[in-house]
Design a protein around this ligand. Structure first.
Ligand code: SF4
Length: 237
């Protein structure tokens, strides 16, 4: 016999999906922040200093100018400069002359800075285990959804432009339809799947606006939830 509800106890209203998604992300963010805080405390770093080490590690060996660093971290040049000065004093960052501009200098990690950045890049075991619990297909879908959210935040000016595949001139989404590796990276001239999409690629080059729009349409076209399922980038020759 089917269960009946007490009419005096109405079903609770379903929470709006976007708010539920955000609440879930906030919970995950709490775990990540707690892990990052513990590591920073152990290393005696502020959040900005830890971010600078991570960014310099991602851009190694090229190095970064202070102005670019500040832009990427969305902080003022003064704030970035103070954090860099502290990292230089700790022996984690060094300056060298910029060959492209004699008046400018480039920031690099020292050997100690590289080790500190590596320690900072280690994810908490429990988070890795939680992601491992997802199937490959779920991880790929999650990554696609994250890219969409990041792009939305970029377009609203909330975060700096990320060096992700979806904004890269080398990206050819769904260039190999029907394959397990449907996308193509023109930089390395190789196919790859959703699970290998990059969020911060050192080889990224921003696509011109018209091409960026085309790439994004083609990227969305593989999303079964998207009504715009028609666009496709030409296959690489
Ligand atoms: S160069 Fe990097 S960001 Fe660009 S398509 Fe290849 S993997 Fe993606």
């Amino acid at each position: 016999m089917p269960a009946t509800r007490n009419p005096r106890q109405p079903m609770p209203a379903a929470p709006a999906a976007p708010r539920t998604v955000l609440a879930g992300l906030a919970r995950i963010g709490m775990v990540l922040r707690a892990g990052a805080w513990a590591k920073r405390e152990a290393g005696g770093l502020t959040p900005t200093q830890a971010q600078i080490l991570a960014l310099l590690a991602a851009r190694a060996p090229a190095g970064l100018r202070l102005s670019v660093l500040a832009e990427e971290l969305a902080v003022t040049a003064q704030s970035a400069g103070e954090s860099v000065a502290a990292l230089v004093a700790k022996g984690l960052v060094a300056r060298s002359a910029d060959a492209a501009d004699g008046r400018a200098s480039l920031l690099h990690l020292t050997a100690a800075g590289r080790r500190a950045a590596e320690r900072g890049a280690e994810w908490p075991d429990l988070m890795l285990a939680a992601v491992d619990d997802l199937s490959e297909a779920e991880q790929a879908l999650f990554l696609r959804a994250l890219m969409k959210m990041i792009r939305g935040l970029q377009q609203r000016g909330a975060i700096p432009v990320q060096r992700m595949c979806a904004s890269c001139r080398y990206f050819r989404p769904d260039a190999h339809p029907g394959s397990a590796q449907p996308h193509h990276c023109g930089f390395v001239d190789a196919p790859f799947g959703d699970g290998a999409l990059r969020l911060d690629c050192p080889d990224h080059e921003a696509a011109e606006p018209a091409l960026a729009h085309e790439i994004w349409r083609a990227f969305l076209a593989r999303d079964p939830a998207s009504p715009q399922a028609t666009a496709r980038m030409p296959a690489p020759r």
